[in-house]
Design a protein around this ligand. Structure first.
Ligand SMILES: Nc1nc2c(c(=O)[nH]1)N[C@H]1C(S)=C(S)[C@@H](COP(=O)(O)OP(=O)(O)OC[C@H]3O[C@@H](n4cnc5c(=O)[nH]c(N)nc54)[C@H](O)[C@@H]3O)O[C@H]1N2
Ligand SMILES: Nc1nc2c(c(=O)[nH]1)N[C@H]1C(S)=C(S)[C@@H](COP(=O)(O)OP(=O)(O)OC[C@H]3O[C@@H](n4cnc5c(=O)[nH]c(N)nc54)[C@H](O)[C@@H]3O)O[C@H]1N2
Ligand SMILES: [Mo]
Length: 755
């Protein structure tokens, strides 16, 4: 529920279980889709059905008749909702009035039904019809003095077919300006891992979880953000594999979990302990932990014990000496101080790692969203290399990706720094010369809006202004544009913070069917473990006027590029033709796409490190150094706290499902600050106090968020946490990892000021 009094109550049950079952029923009820929603859930992640629109975790190979989780059910219920945002709705409220409403309220209004155009005279959105919408887009794009004056954003729900064509359209138009949600997310994976192992993706598949002898889950809130992975953790734990959870927040599901799909556990109120070792790390302390573990290993080697995989290292890697020297040079007192951990616990983690013959390291935003996120991931890879944990069953690196198709979108061309051989193939396959210079990533696109070089913003899904840092500044940047286009299922703030001209274009959602002149079409998705599967919606589209994303891309291209070399119209009806082109542009991984996708289980895209083949420049796996122990600039201010902005259990990114966060015991409130009791007392405050937070910025700009309530919570000293996107005004635009462009949303230096 949206309103009601804030309540804070420690959640001492296992995560999952009946709480999850009840939450599933409740959300179907709230969206008035009990029958429709339940029917759709039966087809979710099943062969012949559609892929869950929530996270990117792979399906469990059809072993179960129900393959969804509480949060997948929420995503589906909100997509299949009965509620509608119609032209009458837009007539009732001016955009200024809609701006006054919360993100939650906007989300709850329901599905968009018709294309709408902003009318400045009345400050409302008015219906405009598809033809008018595309002609407006065409007119704006054609009138730019350079194609680089347009920014083409993508969020990760867009399927491969639409993303591939979007990438072709934008390149034929003439730019590589592809700001992407991935730029704020797993870009450190995409940029950090290639120099190390030759691919910017994970190397494990689901079956590896069955063979792992140890699993590390670092900086990832599994029970909330990829709940289906809990099945794999439960299974691993039941067969005795140690699980090490590294997190500044003792996330409930990583401590104890009841499988909602385990009938016996449900009936007996049983549960499985998850983490055999909970590592209560300081924010940004992971590098110190990794170096500590490596130091233990090198010390033992020096003492004559063989704990490294020497054969693997000799045959496959380059650069271990610098890593050894660096790890040995670190001082235990400093490792302990920066990580916030005892030396004994770091030694235990090392022992678990040494004893395991096959280890998986999973990670999420807790590792990527730091100033040195990309290089931090290289250190994770170093740790894996030391024991040959690539290319054998049960071992590897597992970035737990975010959006359901964010990895796929990157694979099929959404990339502001495209590889030259991809561009060559685009040229050969489509017959135009694509631009070679790099385009803008997400943060750079805001800079371009600010300085006036960007004039058009097209958002293929997502909610850019809420996802990006420095909220007020980004709003102002967006408002300077000549045209903003939101291609979306639901109304969000991104449609209200708009340019002089603005369009909202409603799309067919993942759970809905796509019927064209040639019959029913399906789309494809690549999950976080590089499996490509088909997705076929089972519900009727939200209104007769919503359009599939593929068709929207084709029609934008036709409007913007009247003398295009690409047969856009043919793709609107026949998605096999698009897959054939994907196969031509990506022969190494996608040859025979249209045939291979007929397998109901889909197929796996080749990941060479799984075969111990390293597509790096030197053909080897590289140990890459990162000196020191810090992954963020040190701030010399005794009042400083490190703020991590995180997701609650009831949100999907900027979509707020409710103001509750069950596993952290917070109800009816999102303006909270999780804080250690010692830090609270040290400031003469008490739990429940209302405060404001201020960023310790270096650029002279004041960044402040008021109205936060302090919650006494088991955080490490010096570390605080609060919710994204409410705290995005505190995150400076230029506070990001220089290699990947990813904002350091987990380590904002802040101080508390009295409210
Ligand atoms: N239901 C649901 N599912 C989702 C999403 C959603 O919003 N809702 N979002 C999707 C997307 S796009 C993504 S990217 C993923 C995000 O999934 P996660 O990666 O789990 O994202 P966050 O909630 O940002 O939190 C990351 C975790 O990092 C921890 N952390 C913070 N700082 C540090 C640190 O310095 N070190 C370590 N070790 N840990 C730290 C936090 O306490 C938190 O548990 O989930 C995807 N799935
Ligand atoms: N401070 C802070 N900032 C962060 C993060 C953080 O942890 N902290 N996390 C970052 C991360 S990991 C990410 S991925 C970004 C997320 O950034 P985005 O991907 O831009 O945001 P979402 O909230 O996922 O976008 C939701 C909107 O997508 C639209 N939508 C939903 N389904 C579909 C569909 O099928 N097709 C189309 N066309 N539209 C659809 C709906 O209109 C919905 O309102 O935010 C980033 N920002
Ligand atoms: Mo993400």
């Amino acid at each position: 529920m949206a309103d009601g009094k804030p309540r804070y109550k420690i959640y001492d049950h296992p995560a999952g279980g009946w709480g999850a079952a009840a939450a599933t029923a409740k959300v179907l009820m709230e969206q008035s889709v009990i029958t429709k929603g339940s029917r759709a859930l039966l087809a979710m992640n099943q062969p012949g059905g559609f892929k869950c629109p929530s996270c990117a975790f792979p399906d469990a190979d059809c072993k179960k008749t129900l393959e969804f989780c509480e949060n997948g059910a929420k995503a589906l219920a909100h997509e299949a909702t009965r509620f509608r945002v119609t032209p009458e709705f837009f007539q009732k409220y001016t955009v200024t009035e809609l701006m006054e409403q919360s993100d939650y309220w906007l989300e709850m209004q329901g599905r968009l039904t018709e294309p709408m155009r902003y009318d400045a005279a009345s400050d409302t959105y008015v219906p405009c019809g598809w033809a008018e919408a595309f002609s407006m887009i065409g007119r704006h794009l054609r009138s730019l003095s350079s194609p680089h004056e347009a920014e083409f954003y993508t969020s990760g729900r867009t399927p491969n077919e639409a993303a591939f064509l979007y990438a072709i359209f934008v390149r034929e138009f003439g730019t590589n300006n592809f700001p992407d949600c991935s730029n704020m997310c797993h870009e450190p994976t995409s940029r950090g891992l290639p120099p190390a192992i030759g691919v910017g993706k994970g190397t494990v598949v689901l079956a590896d979880f069955e063979h792992a002898e140890a699993i590390f889950v670092i900086g990832q809130n599994t029970g909330t953000n990829s709940p289906r992975m809990m099945t794999n953790l439960v299974e691993a734990r039941k067969r005795g594999a140690p699980i090490v959870a590294v997190n500044p927040m003792p996330e409930r599901a990583l401590i104890r979990f009841t499988e909602p799909q385990d009938v016996i556990q449900m009936a007996t109120f049983g549960s499985t302990p998850i983490a055999s070792e909970f590592v209560h790390i300081r924010i940004g302390g992971d590098l110190a932990l990794i170096k500590g573990m490596m130091k233990v290993m090198f010390e033992r080697e020096a003492a004559g014990e063989a704990v490294l995989d020497h054969d693997f290292i000799a045959e496959h890697t380059v650069g271990i000496e610098a890593i050894r020297a660096d790890a040995m040079a670190q001082d235990w007192a400093e490792i302990v101080r920066v990580s916030g951990l005892d030396e004994a616990q770091i030694r235990r983690c090392a022992e678990i790692y040494i004893r395991s013959r096959a280890t998986i390291i999973c990670y999420g935003m807790g590792l990527t969203q730091h100033q040195q996120g990309s290089r931090l991931l290289q250190q994770v890879s170093n740790l894996l290399l030391l024991r040959g944990n690539y290319g054998k069953p049960g071992a590897g690196i597992a970035p737990i990706r975010g959006h359901s198709n964010v990895q796929g979108d990157r694979t099929v061309g959404i990339d502001e720094k495209p590889a030259q051989d991809y561009l060559d193939r685009v040229r050969d396959v489509f017959g135009f010369e694509p631009p070679r210079e790099h385009g803008h990533h997400a943060v750079e696109s805001v800079a371009a809006m600010e300085n006036g070089t960007a004039k058009v913003f097209i958002g293929m899904g997502g909610n850019f202004v809420r996802a990006i840092p420095d909220t007020e500044r980004s709003y102002a940047a967006m408002r300077k544009l000549a045209l903003t286009v939101g291609i979306a299922t639901k109304l969000n703030r991104g449609h209200l913070v708009h340019g002089r001209d603005a369009l909202i274009l409603p799309v067919v959602a993942r759970s809905e069917w796509i019927r064209t002149a040639l019959g029913e079409q399906f789309v494809t998705i690549e999950d976080a473990m590089s499996n490509v599967t088909a997705s076929r919606g089972v519900l009727a589209p939200a209104s007769p006027y919503v359009m599939p994303e593929v068709e929207i891309v084709c029609r934008m291209a036709m409007a913007a590029l009247p003398s295009s070399k690409v047969p856009w119209a043919s793709y609107i009806d026949d998605y096999d033709l698009i897959r054939d082109k994907i196969a031509e542009v990506y022969p190494e991984i996608y040859t025979g796409f249209s045939e291979r996708i007929k397998n109901p289980k889909g197929f796996h895209l080749d990941i060479p490190p799984r075969r111990r083949v390293w597509p790096t420049e030197n053909g080897k796996a590289n140990f890459l150094p990162l000196p020191g122990l810090e992954v963020n600039d040190v701030v010399d201010d005794p009042a400083m706290l490190r703020l991590a902005t995180v997701r609650s259990h009831d949100q999907f990114n900027t979509t707020i499902y409710s103001n509750n966060d069950r596993y952290r015991g917070v109800y009816n409130d999102r303006m909270v600050l999780f804080m250690n009791a010692g830090d609270i007392a040290a400031r003469g405050l008490a739990s429940g106090a209302r405060i404001a937070l201020e960023t310790i910025s270096t650029d002279g700009l004041e960044r402040r968020v008021d109205g936060l309530t302090i919650l006494d919570y088991p955080m490490p000293r010096g570390a605080v946490a609060g919710y994204y996107p409410e705290l995005n005004p505190l995150l400076p635009l230029d506070y990001y990892d220089r290699i990947s462009g990813t904002p350091a949303a987990k380590s904002i230096p802040v101080r508390i000021i009295a409210a």
